[in-house]
Design a protein around this ligand. Structure first.
Ligand SMILES: [Ca+2]
Ligand SMILES: [Ca+2]
Ligand SMILES: [Ca+2]
Ligand SMILES: [Ca+2]
Length: 784
């Protein structure tokens, strides 16, 4: 800036010494059409390339139209071009697909700019309105020629017309850069800003690179000469650049090297219509016969999961099991504590299971427990590494991690650089695609900002957004994110350390701020589907399913931290709950469709929190159903505010088919508000648990305006108002998720308590009872 001011004074000095009555040579403005002109009308093939262009100087609103219009964008060698309109917008239709062009941007008086290596594989907006392409003013045509340099020749031209206004004869509009109808000091400052620049000095901007399994890392990355690896692309991508990934399977981690910026994110995306898979497994093909039906191969990394022809297959185990991850075959445990496991079914010889791993669900089955087997004998295992002693007793379990358990087709066992695989009689590994998981991550955006990953599939690994900000995962299909049978941390509560995302059960692991996961399908994870730490992250329009088949404290969506938004997702099949909000603050959980919880554990909630100071966390406008728990009390609650929760608003949810309560709070609890929910086909709310010997400091809990198909009992510190019990729910069409009130429910109409910020936008005389206001919005939950 200082340089510009000094130069301005210098230029003014030059002007004052020049004769100003020169002959005007150039008078015709080339500013033309104010509408985008496309190269041709026919849009039947090719793609549309559009964008916004603006000068790199400030201008006023009244000058905007004249300043922004008239930039010509042309594709060299095609005859295709467009001129920007008064908003600086251009649009070129029929750009040939999958061909690389140089885009030349010019306007009389501006330094020409070239953007090379642009390939349209789909419609693209090259320069968004929020980050238009900058053009430098000051290269004035002399005798019809711009010399692609802003230099003294241009200064002389300005000087010739200095102080003229548009009404003066001989006014040269081209050098009135800012279009204030005068060639004045403002124009000199504009020129000074880019003085001495040439077309070569424009920064690189929005390069397009391609990666293909058929490419080579010694190529230049163009569509016709693509790189082979994502890692090579990552090494050249700068802010604003896009890496297009061509069809194929990539056995590497997508790990960007440079961050983007707010206006110029780095993007990795599949070419439109092409199927891209990032696979955290390696294919093993070099097998030899080990013993009858068992084959062996060398592997570089420890193996945690094996797929035969894309299907998950079991680690060698006792007892043998089918492939349903939520229903493993188990043996009966008559007793388990942190030191030993007793079972009549353990009839194997002494030491058979030494060194193996026990996975068990015992006692109240809140979570699974694991331990290392120090020694085994008939009817008994001695274990170590199981640090949890609160939940002991009878249950079920299975054993992995010992070669002795390798005795069924489809089972595998890893030990010390070797993978063993048993197949059926007369089968051979060469008949199959055998993939072994060797990498934890498929995508690693750790410590990066403004990275967008779009339109691709991942298989076998999780996503690492540790210390990542402003990143986006959009339209990804992700399968088998985490898998484990032993928990390395030694604790069956996985998240004993909330400061470390690198734990066994992480799914899409986000520990940062302002990241987005949108339009994704996340399916199968032993632990979480999505793990949110940090603050202000967003999960929207995703389908998250089949998570926590390990029966640990994981969920399809596990939330910790502040200010997150989880909205319009479909969330189903969870070993325990579906969304957990332990340690969530100011979080919004809205318009989600949540169902099928409790597939492994007991005493669970569809949406669950324990010990959480919600600070106004809202659980609202969700559909929550089929929340089932086995066990003595069948505690499956739709929304479950377990002990020590504070400041949660649970409103306008529809909750049904719960094996215990549709909504429930345990004590002590403060300011848990259940407002305007519709709930049915669940048990009477007749119990509020408080741990023995705990002082009940509960206060301010409320249940207002709920339309329910059950009774609500009286509890300490619970205020009830205007709840309406219906023997037959007066709802339009439950089967088809139409939970609006039918016409003949006068009791429910206008009879609710007004609650500011919750239902004060009611129709008629007052808010109605239940989740839907009669005549109001017919909202729906779940992903589109
Ligand atoms: Ca020039
Ligand atoms: Ca001017
Ligand atoms: Ca077995
Ligand atoms: Ca009303």
């Amino acid at each position: 800036m200082k340089k510009a001011i000094v130069l301005s004074f210098l230029l003014i000095t030059i002007f004052s010494s020049l004769t100003l009555n020169c002959i005007q040579i150039f008078s015709k403005s080339v500013l033309a059409s104010t509408n985008p002109v496309s190269g041709a009308a026919d849009n039947s093939y090719g793609h549309t390339v559009s964008g916004y262009i603006r000068p790199a100087f400030n201008f006023s609103d009244t000058q905007a139209a004249a300043v922004l219009s008239g930039f010509r964008v042309e594709l060299e060698g095609t005859g295709l071009s467009s001129i920007t309109n008064e908003k600086g917008y251009f649009e070129i239709k029929r750009v040939p697909s999958n061909e690389t062009f140089v885009y030349r941007i010019s306007k009389s008086g501006y330094l020409e700019r070239k953007i090379s290596n642009v390939t349209a594989t789909e419609n693209i907006e090259m320069f968004q309105q929020s980050s238009p392409l900058d053009m430098w003013a000051g290269d004035v045509p002399v005798k019809g020629i711009q010399d692609n340099s802003i230099n003294m020749i241009d200064v002389v031209e300005i000087a010739k017309f200095f102080n003229k206004t548009s009404s003066d004869s001989g006014f040269l509009a081209i050098v009135d850069f800012n279009k204030d109808n005068a060639v004045n000091i403002a124009d000199v400052i504009v020129l000074a800003k880019s003085f001495n620049m040439t077309s070569e000095d424009y920064p690189d901007y929005k390069k397009f690179y391609f990666v293909s399994p058929k490419g080579s890392d010694s190529n230049n990355g163009s569509i016709n000469s693509p790189f082979k690896t994502l890692q090579k692309a990552a090494s050249v991508l700068n802010a604003g650049d896009t890496c297009y990934i061509r069809e194929g399977v990539y056995h590497e981690v997508l790990k960007p090297i440079k961050s983007g910026t707010e206006k110029l994110p780095v993007t990795f995306k599949a070419v439109q219509g092409e199927n891209v898979v990032l696979n955290s497994c390696d294919i093993v093909s070099d097998w030899s016969l080990y013993s009858e039906n068992v084959f062996v191969a060398n592997v570089d990394q420890p193996v945690t999961q094996v797929f035969i022809d894309g299907v998950n297959t079991n680690e060698a185990r006792f007892p043998n099991s089918g492939n349903d991850l939520f229903s493993p075959e188990t043996f009966e445990i008559t007793s388990m504590n942190e030191k030993e496991v007793l079972s009549d079914e353990l009839s194997q010889p002494k030491d058979t299971f030494n060194g193996g791993t026990i996975w068990a669900m015992v006692g109240d089955r809140w979570i699974s427990q694991v331990g290392k087997i120090a020694s085994s004998e008939e009817g008994k295992l001695l274990i170590e590494g199981n640090t949890w002693v609160d939940n002991v007793g009878k249950g079920v379990g299975f054993i992995t991690g010992v070669k002795a358990a390798l005795d069924k087709e489809g089972e595998w066992y890893y030990d010390n650089g070797k993978i063993y695989l048993q197949l059926q009689n007369s089968d051979h590994p060469s008949n199959h695609k055998i993939e072994v998981k060797t990498r934890k991550w498929t995508i690693d955006l750790s410590s990066k900002e403004y990275i967008n990953i779009k339109d691709l599939n991942t298989f076998g690994g999780a996503a690492n957004l540790n210390q990542s900000n402003h990143c986006m995962l959009d339209n990804l299909s992700m399968e088998y994110l985490s898998h484990f049978t032993y928990i390395a941390s030694g604790s069956s509560w996985l998240r004993h350390d909330w400061t470390n995302i690198n734990y066994d059960g992480v799914g899409v692991g986000i520990f940062g701020s302002y990241n987005t996961v949108s339009n994704c399908k996340i399916n199968w994870s032993a632990g979480d589907g999505i793990t949110l730490y940090g603050s202000d992250n967003r999960v929207e329009n995703c389908t998250v399913s089949n998570c926590n088949y390990s029966g640990t404290d994981c969920n399809p969506i596990t939330v910790h931290g502040k200010g997150h938004v989880i909205t319009k997702n479909t969330i189903y099949n969870g070993g325990r709950g579906l969304v957990s909000l332990n340690a969530a603050k100011k979080v919004l959980v809205t318009y989600n469709h949540c169902y099928n919880a409790g597939l492994m554990n007991w005493d669970i909630g569809g949406i669950y929190a324990w010990g959480a100071e919600g600070e106004g966390t809202e659980i609202a406008y969700n559909w929550i159903h089929d929340i089932y728990s086995d066990g003595v009390y069948k505690i499956g609650n739709g929304v479950y505010m377990d002990n020590y929760c504070k400041d949660f608003y649970i409103h306008h949810n529809v909750i049904w088919n719960c094996s215990y309560n549709a909504f429930n709070y345990s004590r002590p609890s403060n300011n848990i508000y259940f407002y305007n929910n519709t709930a049915f086909n669940s048990g009477d709310i007749s119990y509020s648990y408080i741990p023995a010997g705990t002082e009940d400091t509960s206060s301010g809990n409320r249940m207002y305006n709920n339309l329910v198909g059950f009774n609500i009992g009286d509890f300490p510190a619970l205020e009830k108002k205007n709840n309406l019990k219906a023997d037959i729910m007066p709802l339009c069409d439950i089967e088809n998720y139409d939970f609006q009130l039918t016409d003949n429910v006068t009791q429910a109409i206008d009879s609710g308590e007004v609650i500011r910020g919750i239902n004060d936008n009611y129709l008629g005389e007052g808010p109605d009872i239940g989740a839907y206001e009669k005549g109001g919005e017919f909202w729906k939950a779940g992903a589109r």
